[in-house]
Design a protein around this ligand. Structure first.
Ligand SMILES: [Mn+2]
Length: 247
């Protein structure tokens, strides 16, 4: 496992998290249960070799779609929370799944972004026909195939998490709006209005949603979506005191 110590963000005082705390923030998993399992093993190992009083693992959303094993990813996340402090943020892909459960016609759009892979992982093979009748049948089959624990997991996802000088969110934030007043639409979907903004945003925003070859460290944000489903690289940002590293 490679540890890359990231360059300081170029501020007068380095951003930090409270003492005796370590954050592990993991980027977009998109159905890659294999990579998630490896990452959890690496984290477990680091907790043994470098123990810390409070360790919090934050997942940045987009657990499902595109990759092969969405169902197993959710199983792993649910199991992990029984023995670790976990924060599960909502990604736009989880909002597609929830939307589809309440409105079967959302299937047309969900198909375009890898939703089929999620349905297949639950043993559902929707017909190629995309008419309202088929959509209703597929939504009913999905609802039946979803364990209650998975429905609960999807419904309990949170939009953001704050620790020290860092704000964790799936996609980003809307510049000019206080962090506490951001809208869900922006937190789950925003791209250029956020990505191209170079000024201070109140805290360092740790996010995913827009894949890059390498973790991207800016003075106001850190992107750890390294496109795991296509690249085989799942990234994790480790924060402690004012140190940061990517594994
Ligand atoms: Mn996303």
């Amino acid at each position: 496992m490679r540890w890359n110590v990231l360059p300081a963000a170029g501020k007068k005082s380095k951003p930090r998290i409270p003492d005796n705390t370590r954050i592990y923030a993991i980027g977009d998993v998109h159905g890659r249960a294999d990579l998630l399992q490896q990452m959890f093993s690496a984290i477990d190992e680091s907790l043994v070799t470098h123990p810390v009083e409070n360790a919090v693992q934050v997942l940045l959303g987009d657990y499902i779609d595109r990759g092969p094993d969405s169902r197993k990813v959710i199983d792993l996340l649910i199991a992990r929370a029984t023995r670790h402090a976990m924060v599960y943020l909502k990604g736009n892909h989880e909002s597609y799944a929830l939307q589809f459960l309440s409105d079967p016609s959302a299937l047309s759009e969900w198909r375009q972004v890898g939703g089929m892979n999620t349905l297949l992982s639950y043993g559902i093979r929707p017909s190629a026909e995309d008419d309202p009748d088929e959509q209703r049948k597929t939504a009913a089959a999905f609802r039946n195939a979803l364990p209650e624990s998975h429905v609960h997991f999807l419904q309990k996802l949170v939009l953001s998490f704050t620790c020290g000088d860092f704000f964790f969110v799936h996609a980003g934030v809307r510049p000019g709006i206080p962090l506490a007043q951001q809208h869900e639409q922006d937190l789950l979907w925003i791209r250029d209005d956020f990505l191209l903004h170079e000024e201070d945003l109140g805290k360092i925003i740790v996010h995913g949603h827009t894949p890059r070859k390498e973790a991207e460290v800016r003075s106001n944000r850190i992107n750890i979506d390294t496109g795991a489903f296509a690249t085989g690289r799942l990234s994790c940002l480790v924060l402690q005191g004012n140190d940061m590293a990517v594994i």
